[in-house]
Design a protein around this ligand. Structure first.
Ligand code: ACO
Ligand code: ZN
Length: 223
């Protein structure tokens, strides 16, 4: 049944070629058990979301009619850290990021948006930074608009500007987008990143934004 949803990209090497799942978009090697297991896990998370049953000591930093935002810090209990790793794995697979090691892992702040259905439907990972480069408005290859290959090739200015907080990941569960979840995550981050102050939009920077991320950031920073 599984093979119905798959197609082989590199038909030259039937058994070794990479396969892309049409439902979850993951590219993996179907003949490799480890890869297949990873795919099965990602596939399930991608479609069903990640459960959040609640913790005895959770840091709720915002509450809404449709959910709440929980903050996880680097020295939190291992069940909290494991949950964050699980979410980050889903996000990185979806964005096609390779495992990225944070610059200062002990200063990372992770905000999880938990829905009323007890699922993690949003995630924002932030870290302190000193400077950022502004994204200039147009992508580098105007001859191929919408091309997937150049989807992160935004031009950046060479002049660094001071910044305080870098958003290394922002993500909202596919079926919960355009409900202001990302906006509420960034609002909460600005309020909570540094004790006693509300960061201005000039002090936050989005690292390596995707097209979705760029559209969101442009809208967010102008309103
Ligand atoms: N296209 C156009 N405008 C958008 C989009 C979009 N895809 N997403 C958000 N906006 C704008 C809209 O103006 C929106 O307001 P509106 O719905 O009233 O018109 C406003 O931003 C606020 O949007 P939210 O509802 O708060 O955004 P959402 O919760 O849908 O999350 C996000 C946006 C995180 C970019 C989501 O689309 C996502 O997870 N995408 C896939 C992962 C991704 O690409 N993340 C960014 C990676 S870059 C990085 O991590 C630094
Ligand atoms: Zn899949």
């Amino acid at each position: 049944k599984g093979t119905k949803n798959q197609f082989v990209i590199d038909a030259g090497q039937k058994n070794f070629g990479a396969t892309m799942c049409k439902s979850c978009g993951m590219i993996y090697t179907a003949s490799n058990p480890e890869d297949e297991l990873q795919h099965a896990q990602h596939h399930h998370r991608f479609l069903e979301g990640i459960k959040y049953t609640g913790w005895k000591r959770e840091r709720v930093v915002a509450e809404f009619w449709d959910g709440k935002i929980v903050l996880v810090l680097p020295h939190d209990p291992s069940y909290a850290i494991r949950k964050v790793e699980e979410v980050q794995e889903l996000v990185d697979n979806e964005l096609g990021f390779q495992q990225v090691v944070p610059r200062c892992p002990n200063k990372t702040k992770t905000f999880l948006f938990v829905s009323d259905e007890k699922k993690v439907v949003g995630c924002l990972i932030a870290e302190p930074i000193q400077q950022a480069f502004r994204v200039l408005s147009e992508p580098t290859s105007p001859e191929s608009p919408g091309s997937r290959e150049c989807h992160r090739a935004w031009r950046c200015s060479n002049e660094p500007v001071p910044a305080v907080c870098g958003i290394s990941r922002i993500w909202v569960f596919r079926f919960k987008r355009r409900k202001r979840i990302a906006r509420r995550l960034v609002d909460t981050l600005r309020n909570r990143f540094m004790f006693g102050c509300f960061l201005s939009t000039n002090e936050i920077a989005f690292s390596d934004p995707t097209p979705d991320g760029k559209l969101f950031a442009a809208k967010y920073c102008n309103t």
